[in-house]
Design a protein around this ligand. Structure first.
Ligand SMILES: Nc1ncnc2c1ncn2[C@@H]1O[C@H](COP(=O)(O)OP(=O)(O)OP(=O)(O)O)[C@@H](O)[C@H]1O
Length: 303
């Protein structure tokens, strides 16, 4: 069942179009990564979804909620640069956040207690000032604040970008746990973070969704393999024959290696090996290497 569907969402500042008619939908208990290079429009998109920025055009439809109704109670949002009242303790901050979310004092206190445990802030740390928290602890406290009202959708803007490896791990583990309870949409410009926990990817570039789907689907679609070939004598002697193979799309000699890309890597490999065996080529190296996920991302973004 669809939790959120977005149609032709557009944001313009003056004559400048920042987000251009993007459409997508996702269901319950999913983790979706909005991925794109700096300036792609991730923050602008997330702020529109969180109800903090008015779209110029387009619609955001949340489950069974009638159009134009306030949906903010269904959404939790953690900005890229959250600000905390650093003089408060973690617990005080959460109770205060709960009160702002219209919980009674008792509800806010109970919810703060259970959330602090859920996000892994120890009993001792709960009564310490936030100014003494590590980056990872602050981010986990920020997530706790964003889910204090039990939203169905948690939106996180670059939740791990500013963290060291330990903090990053803590937050990714927490997100993994939380996605059992709610849908998480988070932005990142790092493919590996998306790879680790997301079910689906939305690739944003220059304000447009240029690709979407599961990582597996995208890998299958964009995966390219490169054959690397070296021989004992001059590569140029074999080069022409290889380029005559119909599935070979590109060749490139760098130092003593011939790099071969093909539209059908399996056929290319079989053809080259058949030629080499028939004519007894003095091969010293033959390997098939998959392009990395980063290569795929760069290719999609640069298309
Ligand atoms: N209030 C504004 N007025 C004019 N242009 C804006 C405004 N806010 C954002 N932009 C522009 O919109 C584009 C997208 O910005 P946005 O912050 O959404 O990108 P982003 O993908 O989140 O990038 P980053 O990863 O660097 O934060 C940028 O070119 C930015 O300069």
């Amino acid at each position: 069942m669809t939790l959120l569907s977005v149609e032709k969402l557009t944001k313009k500042y003056g004559t400048k179009t920042i987000i251009n008619e993007i459409s997508f939908a996702f269901g319950h208990h999913k983790c979706i990564a909005l991925i794109g290079p700096n300036g792609a429009g991730k923050t602008t998109t997330l702020r529109m979804l969180a109800g903090l920025l008015k779209p110029t055009e387009g619609s955001i439809q949340f489950e069974s909620v009638a159009r134009n109704k306030d949906i903010r109670h269904l959404i939790g949002y953690l900005p890229q640069y959250p600000s905390f009242h650093s003089w408060m303790t973690g617990k005080e901050f959460l109770v205060y956040s709960g009160r702002l979310a219209n919980l009674s004092k008792e509800e806010a206190t109970n919810r703060a207690d259970s959330l602090l445990t859920e996000v892994g802030i120890s009993k001792d740390a709960q009564t310490e000032r936030i100014s003494r928290y590590s980056g990872g602890m602050k981010q986990r406290l920020g997530i706790a604040q964003a889910i204090i009202h039990k939203p169905k959708l948690l939106i996180l803007d670059e939740p791990v970008a500013s963290l060291d490896p330990l903090g990053r791990r803590e937050v990714l583990v927490l997100m993994e746990k939380l996605k059992q309870e709610m849908t998480i949409l988070f932005s990142t410009h790092i493919l590996n973070d998306a790879d680790e926990i997301s079910d689906e990817l939305l690739l944003l570039n220059n304000g447009e969704i240029i690709e979407s789907g599961s990582l597996q689907e995208l890998r299958r679609k964009y995966q390219t393999a490169v054959i690397e070939l070296s021989v004992e004598d001059d590569l140029k002697l074999y080069h022409e024959q290889i380029t005559s193979i119909p599935v070979v799309s590109q060749t490139n000699i760098e130092r003593d290696i011939l790099y071969i890309t093909a539209t059908d890597i399996k056929t290319a490999r079989e053809n080259i090996l058949a030629m080499a065996t028939r004519e007894n080529w003095p091969i010293t190296r033959f390997s098939v290497n998959q392009a990395s996920l980063e290569d795929m991302f760069m290719r999609v973004v640069n298309n």
